[in-house]
Design a protein around this ligand. Structure first.
Ligand code: FMN
Length: 381
């Protein structure tokens, strides 16, 4: 897999090396092309140190550099893309290496603009972006926030994570196309009053990874996210919930696949009281635990395939898996409580319903989500 990153003369170009690091960590081969504007902001050495080879900036370095580079890459990304680059491209101008490559590339170009709000809202830029979209160029639009010029508005380069996910989306084979996937993620919180709740340390990273990877592979994804679940790309339909009851009720459609990764709090404490009753008040009345609804079991009929997740601290992983198979799961992923909550890396075992298992050791959760989907989605090939 090879991508070409074009960098243009935006103040946001200092963030592009971070994106490069993410791609290199995924073993993606990267070529870098700088415009004259970009060279004023960030030196070639910053990129060359990261990719271990020369960056490109001149049309004349090799008589056919623009064609050779374009043909050798699966995807061209311009990050950041200036107003100037967008307008030149829409006019068909090719006075430097990057614009020549972009004109020669007939598909798979992703532009990530960053500029001052007034520039982004300028009717000329709006029209150029719309025209380019019609011609098949993809855009990841800027975020809203405080801009380098000190103004507040839309124009910020999106978070590097979101750009990275969008790149993966453009590179990946769509083996989950036309599949509807639901993922539950994170902890639930069971409030006893307005300031106190019962919960657990789940970070939502595993569920997030499955939702992300299913989206990257072309699925229509709904993520029912408990508190703290990482931000997800706009292409994922996200429903933020707090309690087990809300999580259960958020599942109101039918799906091809259901990944039940959420660490649903097993108990609630009855009716939520208003405000912040005193400690004495709480101790006087005592607290009685009530069993929460089983989110997986109560929604089982809405799924064609169910993948349950089970954390265990006693017995074997097989015992833990059998418990979830009893509820009707088709696959179960187990992990030991010692190394699951909150970490980026984890050890898990994936069981099919004949109790054959595959072990994954010290794997980061993003790669693990991808592996699990590859195994479960085999039938989609
Ligand atoms: C300090 C500074 C910051 C700039 N930041 C941006 C920016 O974020 N977005 C943008 O579209 N242009 C920005 N510009 C203007 C571009 O650098 C200018 O339009 C240049 O011609 C772009 O050339 P290029 O697209 O070939 O790199 C900035 C200019 C300066 C001097």
């Amino acid at each position: 897999m090879k991508v070409l990153i074009g960098v243009t003369g935006s103040i946001a170009s200092y963030r592009t090396p971070e994106l490069l690091k993410r791609l290199i960590a995924m073993d993606i081969d990267v070529e870098v092309v700088l415009t004259r504007g970009a060279e004023k902001f960030i030196g070639a050495a910053s990129f060359e140190g990261l990719i271990g080879k020369k960056v490109h900036s001149s049309l004349w370095e090799d008589p056919m550099a623009h064609i050779h580079l374009e043909r050798s890459c699966d995807l061209v990304i311009v990050c950041p893309a200036t107003a100037h680059l967008i307008s030149k491209l829409n006019s068909g101008l090719a006075d430097d290496l990057l614009t020549s490559i972009l004109l020669a590339k007939t598909n798979n170009v992703l532009l990530v603009p960053a500029m001052n709000t007034n520039m982004w809202k300028n009717s000329l830029i709006i029209k150029n972006v719309q025209d380019l979209e019609k011609k098949g160029f993809s855009f990841l639009n800027p975020d809203k926030g405080l801009l380098a010029c000190g103004e507040y508005g839309v124009g910020r380069l999106p978070q590097i994570d979101m750009i990275f996910y969008e790149i993966l989306f453009h590179l990946e084979k769509k083996s989950f196309k036309n599949k509807k996937v639901l993922v539950t993620a994170g902890p639930t919180r069971e409030f006893i009053d307005d300031v106190r709740f019962l919960s657990n340390p789940s970070s939502g990273k595993m569920g997030f990874s499955l939702a992300l990877n299913a989206w990257i592979k072309g699925a229509e994804v709904t993520l029912v996210a408990g508190p703290g679940t990482p931000d997800s790309p706009d292409g994922i339909h996200r429903i933020d919930v707090e309690s087990a009851e809300e999580m259960k009720n958020a599942i109101d459609d039918v799906y091809d696949y259901g990944f039940f990764t959420a660490a649903v709090t097993d108990f609630s404490l009855g009716v939520r009281r208003k405000g912040k009753p005193s400690k004495e008040d709480w101790l006087k009345g005592g607290i009685a635990l009530e069993k929460n609804p089983d989110v997986l079991y109560s929604n089982i009929a809405k799924f064609n395939k169910i993948i349950g997740f089970s954390v265990y601290s006693q017995g074997t992983s097989l015992d833990a898996a059998k418990k979830v198979f009893k509820k009707g799961a088709d696959y179960v992923v187990t992990n030991n409580v010692a190394n699951c909550f909150g970490h980026n890396d984890t050890d898990v075992e994936l069981f099919d319903n004949e109790l054959n298992s595959t072990e994954f050791k010290e794997m980061d959760k993003i790669s693990l989500g991808r592996k699990i989907l590859d195994i479960i989605g085999d039938e989609n090939d």
